[in-house]
Design a protein around this ligand. Structure first.
Ligand code: WT7
Length: 695
């Protein structure tokens, strides 16, 4: 394996006490105040009532189900899959896989030969079961008071109209469609419409720049792009249509023109009249889609036919098109949603993630709707107009399951308890966390203040690549430890290995890998199966390598410690250092750049860039600003470096490799931990860097 550096240290407090486990005389949830030291009480036990009503009520029940899922995966998963509608059943096997690169090419197949449709299973099936009048989507706009809703039956009609239109303009099975929309109901509608006709959607987060959007368009060559004219986020208006236009100028230059742009008029942000328009090529959604039939026949697809592409950042080069297929993804997202959130039909579920990320795919759109759940879609910013917005929304819709990211928890925690306690939040039952490790103090605040010490927290560890939850609490089953994602989901065998790939036993710390495939696993990187094998299956042969570090404590709880590769996690957004560096060096004044992540109180990590300018260019604030602008316009605002550190030179080995380990220490001012600098081509570079660091 390449030389990897373990990220953050494990926040795991030594587990001191285990009480109440599995016994009926379980004490109620322990109230954990900051005043109580982590070492004193570090287990949070679900209340007896909660566990009694939970889908999985005890560690024993979990263990029994888990054991079955590992010993008999075919039996376990086919029983679950049978609850969905299949036009034809899979055959001959439930799963066929090779994840060992030493044997032959990596291949993962689940339910192969099975014929189904995920949109049918999410909508038609639930309507047939009598849920047509149940609310499928609530929508809350940027401004309080702006809202909407669709029942399952209404959602199906909307999806069918768009699907009918897409078919009419020639989009068919296997064709790519790029969706560049904010969190309007039209976003899940567009995803489901593609799925209905077997088209492959590629949602691009509407915070990505024109350049990033064009890069993705060039890679997947869509027939249509679906977007809107503008969006309001907080007090800002973002002109998405202009970004789309610019992206398509670029993609056209690269031989990928997209002849059709379906644009939704997002009236509250911008009207038709002021939107730049090209007749013929640009089509207003509202002008055409409602004219199409509200029924659209389903395109039945093989379980292994592609469902979507989603681009994500890696440690090197251009973004990777993570490819997910239909059947396994359907079964896996539905099942993980159900158990990790202990789903009940009466729940109102809100996930704050955007559908532009995997969380919005699996746990705004597919997982919840496959379960017939009521889902809230929120267009706005979580602290607009003030830090109480989330709880205002929770009370307004009586949200029972609230799923968000640690960065938001920390930001709201800083704004103070008042914004929270002003609202009732009585409806809340379960809280969820995703995107990065949640530090124990944020966990406790979330638990005590937001959840009134009543709601278990599902800290779900997973990735774009895994499709669904991999290590997650099953609320009600286990006592929780603040900051630990606890135990593997059914069917998942996590292993922790050392640098040589040896599996470590018991209490240990190392690289997190997964043995064997699972239904929701990604099947390839679009157009680059070799990179798929090299990145994920070669570092530790015989395993899927996650890119994360992990510790296991003596009770078997897992503690994720962050990325061990050159990927930075800013507010739960994955950003490749190489991408930021390439944006920086594209600036004419930049000679060289090296980017590292440093711990950040709210964002988890922030981007810190070391930059050397071209000879003769004076180091100035102006250049600094224009470098940051280069990153914003090439990737997106969320990837902008927080700090540009002028570097007369960069620490390199004699072979020219930049030693990021040293840069990380300088960036976080851990100057006494620089380690061995003698292998550097020019060790004096380090002193120079330290000297200029306050400039
Ligand atoms: C990376 C995946 C999966 C949806 C959002 C991010 C980190 C994610 C957790 C968690 C610790 C987490 C990992 C992972 N991560 N969830 N609960 N605890 N770390 O998806 O962009 O594919 O990023 O996010 O480092 O590898 P993604």
């Amino acid at each position: 394996p390449p030389l990897l550096l373990l990220g953050r240290t494990c926040p795991a407090p030594a587990c001191r006490r285990l009480y109440g486990m599995g016994s009926s005389s379980r004490p109620n949830a322990v109230v954990l105040g900051e005043a109580i030291a982590a070492e004193e009480v570090d287990l949070v036990v679900p209340s007896h009532d909660f566990s009694r009503d939970a889908l999985v009520s005890s560690p024993e029940q979990y263990q029994q189900m888990y054991k079955r899922s590992i010993e008999d995966p075919a039996g376990f998963w086919s029983e679950i899959a049978s609850q969905f509608d299949w036009k034809e059943r899979w055959s001959p096997e439930v799963c066929s896989e090779n994840i060992d690169v030493r044997k032959e090419t990596v291949k993962i197949e689940w339910f192969k030969g099975g014929v189904t449709n995920i949109c049918y299973n999410a909508l038609d099936r639930n309507i047939e079961a009598g849920n047509g009048d149940k609310v499928a989507l609530y929508w809350e706009g940027n401004e309080p008071g702006q809202d909407g809703q669709l029942t399952y039956a209404q959602l199906l009609e909307k999806v069918c109209q768009l699907a009918s239109y897409l078919k009419h303009v020639g989009v068919g099975k296997g064709d790519a469609v790029v969706i560049y929309l904010p969190m309007l109901m039209e976003l899940p509608i567009a995803m489901l419409a593609c799925a209905r006709i077997g088209a492959v959607h590629s949602v691009v987060f509407a915070g990505f720049s024109a350049e990033s959007l064009s890069q993705r368009i060039i890679d997947c060559k869509p027939k249509v792009i679906i977007s809107c004219n503008a969006v309001r986020r907080g007090a800002k208006v973002i002109h998405l249509k202009e970004i789309v236009d610019n992206a398509l100028v670029e993609s056209t230059k690269n031989g990928v023109p997209v002849d059709l742009r379906l644009i939704y008029e997002n009236e509250s942000a911008m009207d038709k009249e002021t939107t730049k328009w090209q007749e013929g090529r640009d089509i207003w959604w509202q002008d055409i889609v409602p004219q199409f039939p509200t029924k659209c026949p389903v395109e039945w697809v093989d379980a292994e036919d592609p469902l979507f592409l989603l681009y994500t950042s890696g440690s090197t080069g251009k973004p990777k098109g993570v490819l997910h297929t239909t059947g396994g993804y359907m079964v896996y997202t539905a099942t993980t949603f159900k158990y990790a959130f202990d789903y009940k039909p009466s729940d109102v579920y809100w996930c704050t993630a955007d559908c532009g990320w995997i969380t919005g795919h699996s746990y705004v759109t597919y997982g919840p709707l496959l379960n017939g759940a009521t889902v809230l879609v929120f267009e706005g910013a979580p602290s607009y107009p003030d830090a109480g917005r989330c709880w205002d929304i929770v009370d307004k819709y009586k949200v029972t399951i609230f799923y968000t990211a640690p960065t938001l928890v920390r930001a709201l925690m800083r704004d103070g308890d008042e914004y929270v306690t002003r609202y009732s939040r009585k409806s809340l039952r379960i809280l969820g966390s995703v995107g990065e490790p949640i530090n124990p103090s944020a966990w406790r605040w979330f638990y005590n203040v937001v959840g009134d010490s009543r709601c278990p927290i599902s800290d779900t560890w997973w990735q774009t690549e895994t499709g669904g939850f991999m290590i997650t609490p099953i609320p009600g089953a286990w006592p929780q430890k603040p900051g630990s994602a606890t135990f593997p989901f059914f069917g998942i065998e996590p292993v922790i290995v050392d640098e040589k790939g040896n599996e470590l036993e018991g209490e240990c710390s190392g690289y997190l890998c997964i043995k064997k495939s699972w239904p929701g696993a990604f099947r390839s990187l679009y157009g680059d199966h070799e990179r798929y094998e090299t990145t994920y299956f070669k570092p530790f042969a015989g395993y899927y390598f996650t890119g994360d570090g992990c510790s296991r404590d003596k009770d078997g709880y897992h503690w994720l410690t962050g990325r061990v590769d050159d990927v930075i996690n800013v507010s739960g957004h994955r950003i490749g250092t190489a991408e930021v560096e390439s944006a920086l060096v594209s600036h004419p004044h930049c000679a060289e750049a090296a980017v590292v992540g440093v711990d950040h109180e709210v964002k988890g990590q922030s981007i810190y860039a070391f930059v050397t300018l071209v000879d003769g260019i004076p180091y100035s604030n102006e250049v600094r600003k224009s470098l940051i602008l280069a990153v914003r316009s090439q990737i997106g605002a969320f990837a902008a470096p927080d700090k540009i550190h002028w570097a007369p030179g960069l620490p390199k080995t004699r072979s020219g490799k930049i030693m990021r380990r040293i840069l990380r220490k300088i960036a976080s001012r851990q100057l006494d931990e620089l380690g061995d600098t003698s292998t550097l081509a020019d060790p004096s570079v380090v002193d120079q860097l330290i000297e200029v660091s306050d400039r």
